[in-house]
Write a protein that binds this ligand. Structure first.
Ligand SMILES: [Zn+2]
Ligand SMILES: [Zn+2]
Length: 151
């Protein structure tokens, strides 16, 4: 298997299984289902959103299990979290380099790619903070639905 498979090129269940085995983490049907749900979403759901969706297929799952699994997936590097905001933390299955358009009214966060923003030059003052690994830009505004509602 090629080591550098992009996130979209390998089915989520296979990706989870590979990462879990490497880290010595147990592969359970609940964990597989929770990761498959996050991987299928482009709306950066919070834990409750994931819980509501997987509960239909896993009636025995608890919100607490969903929380713990989401943080486990984060530790495994399979998903990332979006910066702390007034609402609860949102989870992001897009682990390749991308940027965010964040609706300040409803919190909907959408991905976009931009090689120009990936390569944005940082001010020298940033060097005092440490060693930057990547640059992720957050554009704030209203989403199309909230804009239509406010118009
Ligand atoms: Zn919105
Ligand atoms: Zn994202």
């Amino acid at each position: 298997m090629t080591p550098e498979l992009g996130p979209a090129s390998e089915p989520p269940r296979a990706r989870f299984t590979r990462a879990a085995r490497r880290a010595g983490v147990k592969v359970t049907p609940q964990r597989l289902e929770i990761f498959a749900e996050v991987a299928s979403r482009t709306d950066h759901p919070d834990a409750e959103g994931v819980f509501r969706a997987v509960r239909e297929r896993l009636p025995a799952v608890s919100l607490d299990t969903v929380y713990r699994t989401l943080w486990l997936l984060t530790d495994l590097g399979l998903i990332t979290t979006l910066g702390t905001r007034r609402e609860s933390v949102r989870f992001d299955a897009g682990t390749s380099l991308h940027h965010h358009y964040v609706c300040t009214a409803c919190g909907l966060t959408q991905d976009f790619e931009s090689p120009a923003l990936d390569a944005i030059p940082l001010p020298e003052s940033v060097a005092a903070f440490g060693v930057p690994a990547r640059t992720q830009v957050e554009v704030l505004g209203l989403c199309a639905a909230c804009h239509a509602e406010s118009a």
